[in-house]
Design a protein around this ligand. Structure first.
Ligand SMILES: Nc1ncnc2c1ncn2[C@@H]1O[C@H](COP(=O)(O)OP(=O)(O)OP(=O)(O)O)[C@@H](O)[C@H]1O
Ligand SMILES: [Mg+2]
Length: 486
């Protein structure tokens, strides 16, 4: 028995119960980086922590520790400062600030209070003295992981609030339409939780973008985001892809192969087009979602993995449940929360902003002319944002330097639309107020059109128009004045 580590009484020897890579880090479990130059302590301490369900990365010195830290950030660092007599604890102390903001627990020799104190001054979060009492280790690690998660959640919330306050988005979900602003708020709200999310919406509306944003705004963001298209494979291949297979389980299975569920361990599994999932697979997926366990194809032993599931589909899943082509129990399991990505037709206010962003990606300082914006607003977008993006990007690519302005004919060319379908540009648009940028001009133009059209549709009844626009009558009157429409 290693002198630096008391064997917990009543436990079997740590080595014989070491958890493997398939040990899940369920809530309360986490990824710990253990930095110790003593091979015996690495082995025993590592095995002890794994046995508690934690994932452990081992490092023998500072260089290894920083490399491991950079490669995959742990949630907690256990750093041994109780170096053998000829070694310098200063080297260990220097490491502490480099792990920030991840909490660091230092291990010091018995009675080394001065060292422990200096370590805490340098930012260490807690310390333990060797020989380590396993109960203390268990307790401190659990508390450290809890703190790490609270810190991460708080940072996410703060960042989100700061961005919301500036009207910006940090998730690639561009748009100022009410529906889009609400969607971003929901993503922020739901992301840090463990609930399953079902993303529903027509093609090209950003369902995958939402799934990635959920991952990026969760504490799982340092672990993988793994996507699988459920419609592209047969039931058998899908099962093997998701849950892995054992050597010899089918022709061509030359070796054991881990599945995507394991690859996503600790992270997010994105089940794209879940509506296409063959019924036999639906059953197996349901079992995994309920119990967190699965059996690889051709295997017997159950495995566990901790993943957060986000599923998406453009199909009408409710209808599929009614028709019996999608399991109702699976449906309810997947829709912990439902997020809907509306079609572009339901949020035309996003078009100018989206188009401007897409254009700037291919042509840094280009702009859209007023007739180009009018054309974009007037067109139907059955392929939604994906289609808008493709058209604007190819129009941007068609610009001939020093040309800087994308106009309606160029968009039409890029879209492949027939010339006769083009709306008459320019004539009905009101001039943009002076001194504003292209985006403001576009938004003003959009506002003008919407207000005017709604008023016309409401037969000139201001109260009715205000109601349809979702604003107060006073707000409408103010708008009419500002837009010069009175
Ligand atoms: N709100 C948005 N802001 C910026 N880009 C967006 C937005 N919505 C969608 N996109 C872009 O549009 C394209 C399509 O988005 P995505 O792949 O997420 O759609 P989807 O709903 O998954 O479509 P499908 O049902 O066809 O798989 C992507 O290039 C994405 O980056
Ligand atoms: Mg998609």
């Amino acid at each position: 028995m290693n002198q630096a580590f008391h064997e917990p009484s009543g436990h079997p020897p740590a080595q014989s119960i070491a958890g493997g890579a398939d040990t899940p880090s369920a809530p309360g479990h986490g990824h710990v980086l253990l930095v110790d130059d003593e091979a015996a302590f690495q082995r025993l301490g590592g095995a002890f922590l794994r046995n508690l369900g934690h994932e452990v990365t081992l490092a023998g010195d500072g260089v290894q520790a920083l490399a491991a830290f950079a490669q995959r950030r742990p949630e907690l660092v256990l750093l041994d400062l109780a170096m053998p007599p000829h070694m310098d604890p200063e080297r260990g102390l220097e490491l502490i600030p480099r792990f920030a903001p991840v909490p660091v627990v230092v291990l010091t020799g018995h009675g080394d209070h001065a060292l422990a104190l200096r370590a805490t001054e340098l930012g260490a979060w807690d310390f333990l003295t060797k020989p380590i009492d396993p109960d203390m280790l268990r307790f401190v690690v659990a508390r450290g992981l809890h703190k790490a998660r609270l810190d991460a959640e708080l940072a996410t919330l703060r960042a989100g609030q700061a961005l919301d306050a500036q009207g910006l988005d940090d998730m690639g979900l561009v748009g100022q339409a009410t529906a889009t602003v609400q969607l971003r708020a929901l993503v922020r709200r739901v992301a840090p939780t463990q609930v399953s999310v079902l993303v529903l919406g027509p093609t090209g509306t950003g369902k995958e973008l939402v799934a990635r944003a959920l991952h990026a705004h969760s504490a799982r963001r340092t672990a993988p985001f793994v996507a699988i298209h459920c419609g592209a494979l047969s039931a058998e291949l899908l099962e093997s892809e998701l849950f892995g297979h054992m050597k010899g389980s089918f022709t061509g299975a030359y070796r054991d192969q881990a599945g995507l569920v394991e690859a996503a361990h600790g992270g997010t599994l994105f089940l794209d087009e879940v509506g296409e999932m063959p019924p036999p697979m639906q059953v197996k997926l349901l079992r995994f979602l309920q119990e967190g366990t699965f059996v690889p194809v051709g295997g017997r032993a159950q495995k566990r993995a901790d993943v957060r599931v986000v599923a998406a589909t453009h199909r009408d899943l409710e209808a599929m449940v009614r028709e019996g082509s999608f399991r109702e129990d699976l449906f309810y399991r997947l829709k912990g929360v439902v997020l809907r990505t509306p079609s572009l037709a339901e949020r035309p206010a996003d078009i100018p902003l989206l188009a401007t962003r897409f254009l700037h990606r291919v042509a840094h300082n280009a702009r859209l002319s007023a007739d180009a914006l009018a054309w974009l607003m007037a067109r139907d977008w059955p392929g939604n944002v994906r289609e808008l993006k493709a058209v604007v990007e190819s129009a941007g690519a068609l610009l001939m330097p020093p040309e800087r302005e994308v106009d309606a004919p160029l968009l039409q060319l890029a879209s492949g639309d027939m010339a006769t379908e083009a709306p008459t540009p320019g004539t009905e648009t009101s001039p943009a107020p002076a001194g504003t940028g292209p985006l403001d001009a576009a938004l003003t133009e959009l506002e003008t059109r919407m207000v005017r059209d709604t008023l016309a549709a409401a037969g000139g009844n201001q109260s009715e128009a205000a109601r349809r626009l979702g604003i107060s009558r006073v707000g409408l009157v103010k708008k009419l004045t500002r837009l010069g429409l009175r």
